[in-house]
Design a protein around this ligand. Structure first.
Ligand code: F6R
Length: 366
């Protein structure tokens, strides 16, 4: 049932090209002039009434939501707040009929996410669910559902469902941006073509998996890991650090690259690993200078960056390169080596990869 893989987690990592294709299928194709989201009410009239968007979720789904926030703001020019459901529901958020709430959930059963959804509906807001499990509670209760097509995810740590959630965020921000007239035909075509190339680019990242495995072996005895990045790379950093905590039981932190020097840099010492994420090349110089500050304090420094970036290669001990893509979509590619890195560290340390201690696949308690 693991299809020849040692663990479900690895099998699911390798399923990602297919999962991305399946999530794109029927929604966008090579001749599309718009994103097709049948049955989801995101027409011009509905969207023009919306004056703010909340994206609410937990854990990995929240990190996908953070990507959604950045892209939706950039592309649709609507204010978006992304929040974790267990915080959102206990504050007093501004919810009314002009609010769109997007809830993101693989299982569709997460208690806090469901409670946030119910709160929004009660206040008259529209709720769009981005859900993987068909017929789940969140899918049933949301006004509209965007199904991610990741198939059953067995490993407790989410991998393929996260990639499918990212694709959902990509399509939704394109759709809403276009409906609101913020994305012109030419820009749409550029985004569409880049999106359709992602599955093949993920395949190329997976072909180099052995390089990540070597680096995992080299870093097996690190004391702690710091994931840093700016913008979309910060969202990826949060996911990278969570995966290491979950499956390798190692202390990992994620920080916006510029925040490191405001405190956490005090923790850096020999035996620390810094993982610098540089998908967002517009911010390259800034992140490189943050990387150098950490290297000067004795940490081992690794980066995940875009192919052909020689500057980063010179600044770090080891670099992993992923194929170039449109800046909006780098998170998905940057994240794949992080999944593999966490997986191989966990295996190297003899962890129970598919069923990490203390964790449940679906968190139905508050
Ligand atoms: C991380 C992980 C969790 C879930 C979170 C939300 O690998 O699996 O952080 O992402 O519990 O679960 P769903 O998406 O089912 O609402």
């Amino acid at each position: 049932e693991k299809g020849g893989y040692d663990h479900f987690m690895l099998k699911e990592i390798y399923e990602q090209p297919k999962v991305i294709r399946d999530t794109l299928l029927g929604r966008i194709g090579k001749d599309s002039t718009e994103v097709q989201l049948d049955g989801i009410r995101l027409d011009k009239e509905t969207m023009e009434k919306i004056n703010k968007v909340y994206i609410v979720a937990c854990g990995t789904a929240y990190y996908a939501g953070s990507v959604g926030k950045m892209l939706l703001e950039a592309q649709a020019r609507v204010p978006v707040v992304a929040d974790v459901a267990s915080e959102f529901r206990y504050r007093d958020p501004i919810l009314d009929e002009n609010t769109l709430m997007i809830v993101v959930s693989q299982s569709g059963e997460t208690a806090d996410t469901l409670a946030a959804l119910r709160m929004a509906k009660k206040a008259g807001a529209r709720v769009l669910g981005v859900v993987n499990v068909v017929g789940s509670t969140i899918a049933r209760e949301a006004d509209d559902v965007f199904y991610t097509c990741a198939g059953p995810e067995i490993a407790v740590a989410s991998t393929k469902a996260y990639s499918a959630q990212l694709v959902a965020m990509y399509l939704l921000s394109m759709k809403i941006g276009q409906v609101l007239g913020k994305i012109g035909d030419e820009e749409f075509a550029v985004l569409r073509d880049a999106l359709l190339e992602l599955p093949e680019k993920v395949e190329r990242v997976l072909e180099n998996a052995h390089l990540v495995e070597d680096l995992a072996r080299k870093n097996l005895h690190m004391k702690n890991v710091f994931y840093i990045g700016r913008g979309l790379d910060y969202a990826a950093a949060m996911e990278g650090a969570l995966k290491i905590k979950e499956v390798a039981y190692l202390h990992a932190e994620s920080y916006p690259a510029g925040e490191l020097k405001h405190g956490p840099i005090a923790l850096i010492e020999e035996g620390s690993l810094l993982m610098g994420l540089v998908g967002q090349e517009a911010l390259l110089e800034k992140t490189i200078s943050n990387i150098k500050e950490v290297k000067a304090r004795g940490a081992n420094v690794m980066a995940i960056a875009m192919e052909g970036n020689e500057e980063i290669r010179l600044a770090v001990d080891d670099a992993i390169f992923v194929p170039r893509t449109h800046p909006n979509f780098t998170t998905l590619l940057v994240n794949i080596p992080q999944q593999l890195f966490a997986y191989h560290i966990a295996c190297g340390l003899g962890r129970d990869v598919d069923k990490p201690r203390n964790l449940a696949k679906s968190v139905t308690v508050e």
